[in-house]
Ligand binder design. Sequence first.
Ligand code: ADP
Length: 267
Amino acid sequence: QAEIVAIPPHQGERPHFFLILFRDRTAELRIERMRTDFVANASHELRTPLASLTGFIETLQGPARNDAAARDRFLRIMREQAARMSRLIDDLLSLSRIEMKRHMPVATSADLVAVLNKVRSQLTPLAAELGVTIDFSPPAEAFVVAGDEDELIQVFSNLVENACKYGESGKRVEMELSRNRERGERVIDASVRDFGPGIPAEHVPRLTERFYRVDVGSSRAKHGTGLGLSIVRNILLRHRSRLLVVSRIGEGSVFTARFPDPGQESA
Ligand code: ADP
């Protein structure tokens, strides 16, 4: 969309010409649109469990007042709805914190071997509940990147949690570290692989959008908020890292975070 700015001559002057400026507002409007969509989506996501909570409260005050069995069942559902709101608020806060410091360079370094070891210990109980094992053979050498350890733990927890939840049927999740080259530059790749159903190709480019889900029902059932990969993307941006996704239907998915290898100067 172009904006037309017409500058008329000064008063009393004979009109000789008009200066017409075109300013491209497409990018500006797109960002504005994304912001309003985000607020609308976030409100909608919060409103759904809230409506359900209100409904159950009314039922408990009215028809189910003296029904002990119904009360227990309703209270259990209400707890689950409250937990869902709480997860959503936690993720919204994480996302806003990370977006705020997205352009601040990271001043610390982190060893991805330690990061992945911690993620494996943290998520082993969840994986065990789902009947999934998390494999990681820590390499002998260090894989140090310019990074914030807590943020990187959040990245790989999200990826491993998704791999366990959505790739549950594959029974196994693998984490791997390797050094590679991309256009002559040395890079460090940290990947999370699952052997689940895979993701249809048309969804892959949109996975890191806020609230984007391949299957809303399954995300909800698995306690998803639709914000996990968007948090991952924003943390990785700050680490000058990219997320690469390769997925094959029926075979599984590999999510790889590709970092610049700071070791390259000395190599
Ligand atoms: P959610 O909170 O819903 O898990 P994410 O942003 O983490 O949100 O992921 C977005 C969507 O991408 C998920 O809802 C799911 O449909 C899909 N997805 C993510 N990881 C995988 C995976 N390893 N295998 C299959 N689908 C996945």
